[in-house]
Structures are given as structure tokens and as C-alpha cells.
Design a protein. Sequence first.
Length: 438
Amino acid sequence: MRRLKPILPLLLLLVFSLPWRIALAQNLTLNIVNGIPSAIPITIVPFAFESTAQPPTTHVAAIIRDDLDRSGKFRALPLADVIEHPSQGVKIQFQTWKLLKQNYIVIGRERNTANGQVKVDFDLWGVLQKKQLLAGSYTVLAGDLRGVAHQIADQIYQQIIGVPGAFYTRIAYVTTTGNKNHLVWSLIVADSDGYNPQVVVRSHQPLLSPDWSPHGQKLAYVSFESGNSAIYIQNLATGQRELISGRKGVNGAPRFSPSGTKLAMMLSFAGSPEIYVMNLKTRALTQITHSLSINTEPRWLPDGKSLIFTSDRSGRPQLYQESIAGSGSTRLTFQGQFNADSSINYDASQIAMVQGNGNVYRIAVMDRKLGNQVRFISPGPLDESPSFAPNGSMLLYAASDGVHGVLYEVSDDGRVRQRLSLVNGNVQSPAWGPYRKQ
């Protein structure tokens, strides 16, 4: 197991990082594992290219189709079944799409502009209503067309589902490459579908547990370059980093508060591993937990007033909640022998966690609106590190696929899974970033 006993060596959050640099990394290979027959049927028609020049190599419609498919909310018509290719609303034969049992159709047009950019226009139509529901336009460089496709998918998702889409976001993760005697760890930031990866930190020692600041401008991580673990915050645009904690003992599990002004972490300088909160402006440190047990993996509730964390105070790892004002802890999990490594959705209605029973570790989601009912969304046996998308509709998690570590993006009901893997190497420790400005 790579990390499925986080309650003890979570304490393996001791990592070594070289000075910051940005470099290209391998794209993750994307495969949608299964779909939902009952999802909303939608057709994404390949966008027409209206210029005489060579069309861009990025296929905007295909990216939109993949985004909507992997959300679990939509079932896009396979490209081979798209028998007509309208590019204007007046050319849509609605009866055709009714016969194909489609609820929505997306059409679009692309053309080169005078300044070397590409203009993309798109429309969303309701098939039953025969009505245009959404229209938009983007003008960007060809290299930015993937981002445009994700933004269009976000708009379609919000128009139909009623909540913002989360396709135009980024993820962070760790890869290991090389052989066992010469392993290289890389902390990488990429688009939500694994494309456009950039290396933030590269090391010959382990890297774990990246965490995003609320505005997506910084990552917190742990480094062991000085001989002891130390927590750093790094600006992704400038590469500048600052030391947050290099105290004796273990410095680990950093998590930004929802406002970005505080950082929760696990520190053991006083003896037992405890949860602390630091004011990032004043560097004042407040101890939250007071226990002889191991307390780690703090996660902020959206109001910024309480934390959920993992503790073995009951004899086995379980999740607890405590106010940062120090009003005492409340145990949250009782089902399962092992519950740890949590992630909280945007309104705290759902908590994802690693739940272990025997030697099987799966991702479970506790629904707090349904009396803490728990459902499994991964098959196991060695799944870990869940991380919610900012809209709560999908999760990232790490898993073992044979001898390799891979990531899965899974819909919140667990019915659609997308595998993100590295051709030569392992992927682990995912963290889904916040919304980006469009």
C-alpha cells in the first residue's frame, strides 16, 4: 500500500523539493470506463471550419463531448451516430434528433481571424422546444482552444443542470518515474482532463499532498530538503515560495482555509501529532486538538469555522469535527473499521473518505442530508486520496491498476469513471483545484 495507512505515517509527508521550475510533463492518458444509459442525451455536432486555411488540430466539439460524458450527467451521442452536421440553427432538422431521442444539440463554427486567432461560435438548442437556449463566442489563439472547449462545456452544464460546470479547472498530482533505484517524483499541475501538464517541483525523494489556495494561484506542500520536514507555500506564476513551518518533528498535511488567510496543518513538535492553524499574515499558531492520539489530515468546512480531521483516539482511524475556537471534538464516522483522508464538497453536504474494511480500501461518500448515509463510489481494493471538484459533481481519487498507480475521475454517484494514467510511471496524491476566471 502506498499510503493507505495515513494515520501513522501520514507522517510520511516528508518530502524533498528542488528549486521551483516549470517544465512540460507527459499528458495523462484518458479513458472513460463506463457510462450511464439514463443520463441526459445530447448531441455535439463537429464544429464547421469556415476558413480556407488549415483548420486547428484541436477539435473543440470532441473535447466538449468528452467533458459532458465524464460528468455522469450527460450521455453524448457517439460521433459515428451523428448523421447530420448542421452549423446554423436554421439547418437543424429537429425531427431527425427526435427520432434519435436526443434532448439537446450543440452546434458551432470556427474561422480564422485577421490577427492570427481563431473565432469559435457555439449554440445550444433544445430539441423538443426547437429553441435556442444558449449562444456564445470566443476569439483566442489556437493554443487556447482546449480551454475554450472546457468553458463552453461549463456553460452548457450550467444551462441544463443549473450549477456551474467544473471542466475549466486544474488538478494537481504527483508522478513517479524511473526504476526503483533512481525514482523521480514530480508535482504537476494540469487541466482537469489531464492535458497541458506542467512540472512545479521535481525531486529524487517523495512528494505528497499538494493543496490549492482558494484562488488557484498557490500550492502548499511539504519539503524535506533541510533534513527535517518543512511546509512551504509556492506561487505558481512566479515560482516564489515561502517557508511556513520547519519545526522539529513532523510538519505535514497543509490545507488552506476557504479565505486563504489561514493554513491548517499537522505538527508534532510538542510530542503527539496535533492539528494547528496558522494565520498566514501574522504567523500566529493556534493549537486545535489536544490529545495523546494521532490527529492529522485537517480539512476545512466551507464556513472556515470548523475542521474535519482524522484521529485514532477511538482505537482506529475515524473522522472527527472540531471548531477552530476549540469547543471540543465530535466523532462523525462509525461505519467501517477505518475512515480517513477526507474531502468536503462545496456546501459540506457530502464528505468523501477512504473507508477500510479488512484489506479493502474504497472511496465512500457520506451524505449529511440523508442522515450520514454512506455509499461507495469506487471498487477498491486500494483506493485513496479523494478530492471533490469545486461544484461537487465529480471526484478525483488515486488507485492501483495492476502494478501502476493511476487516478480516476468519478461522477458523484460513482456510475461514470474516467481513468487517468501515465504511460511510463505512477500517478498519485490528486488535488482538484478551484474555479478559474473565464
